[in-house]
Design a protein around this ligand. Sequence first.
Ligand code: 5GP
Ligand code: MG
Length: 463
Amino acid sequence: MSIKNDKINEECGIFGGFCKQGNIAPYIKCGLLKLQHRGQEAAGVCCGDNKQNVVKNSGLVNFALDNSVLKNLEGNFGIGHVRYSTFGDDRKENIQPLKVTYMGEDVSLAHNGNVSQAKNIREKFERIGEVFLSSSDSEVILKRLIFSLKKKPSLWTFEEVAKCLEDNFSLGAYCILLYLPNRVMAFRDTFGYRPLMFANCSEGYFVASEDVAFYGLDVNEIIEIMPAQGIEITKDGYEIKTFSKDNNICQCVFEQIYFSSSASNIFSQNVYNTRIKLGEMLFKSEDNNFSADVAIPVMDSGLGCAIGYSQASKIPFHLGLVRNNWMERSFIQPKQEKRSLNVKQKFIPIKSVIQGKRVVLIDDSLVRGTTSKEIIKMLWQCGAKEVHMRSVSPKIVNTCIWGVDIPTKEELISYKKTDEQIAKQIGATSVKFLPQEALLDVFTGNVWCTKCFKEDENEIFLP
Ligand code: 5GP
Ligand code: MG
């Protein structure tokens, strides 16, 4: 989670549901492990039957949810969460699921998204003397629900919760798991910025941010929870319900480009295939006379893109950079020096692939340009003859309030700059981005949020 411009951004992973036999905790841990790429700062699980118990800690899932602690967590119902890396506020209270007790009953919540109205709602509550234990917008959602419904959580209906979410957070991006006595509910906002999937398995009924989390289960059916839909899971079964007729679907293209696992199917498209297509399109947008000796991916999300680029161009694909999988993400370190150092430690060049070669380096996106700048430096040091930087994301020139951590416009490497100016700044021979029109050939239909590619698009009015 990060706090910037008074906005709280969360880009996380959620997993929960009901297990027919035995405790759900190990299933949640397994699911969260497969969603680890969505958040590496902290992880948490909340399970139980009538009394809910929470285990949450900083760090990766295997560390935060140690088996010795988890084995004491009983119950067939539960929810879990992995949290995106932090900037500023890493208090333990912010780790999810958030659990409260109201009228003698426990209720807990796990949230992926970003509710932009949370700040105002928080202030309104504070003016009437309400306190918050965390700085997370997710706690604001939970408090709002309690204030609106004012009855035991076991009596909350799906329709009441959905109405409260829509009345108060309709401009937000949210996928929410709510764990009430003997029930789990899930909700996806009407825009559908973030994905939400459901699996009916012989082991139970599970909801997750991405279908990759269901791998390994005995799955009968996987269903995408559509925007403005939710699901209610009890021990007797499940029901998917539509809670609003609003039809402003606006899915985040970065789920496909960057966030999600290559193995997932997000918004009905396989992520790996999408990245391959983006790479092919990227090469098709090159000048006719462009050539290079080797195409190198910036791992991990650049991998499929570089394969597609190499297949379309016939430029041989090589690893070129080994990614150190034991490193934290570099993107949201608070200080620039730390971000740069992190990139240097994350990638190790293979000199024999690079020396004397005209390299085309393919990444999913350039945001601040930290990653490309550091990698390009390494390539020159290894004796590259030319270094051409390519991005399958069009130029990112606007901020995002929906949970993608994009800094202020001025910090964006592409903001008000030509390709030549960007190349100079990151030390590349040339730089090119996939044109927006080409991107929209891959992301067909008018259901995508591409605001970050449009410099002048204003932020949606916040009440
Ligand atoms: P930069 O280093 O240019 O600031 O950021 C781009 C790099 O960070 C890419 O390699 C991308 O894979 C990675 N990245 C990490 N988190 C994010 C994110 O939230 N959004 C985008 N677009 N890229 C991210
Ligand atoms: Mg990357």
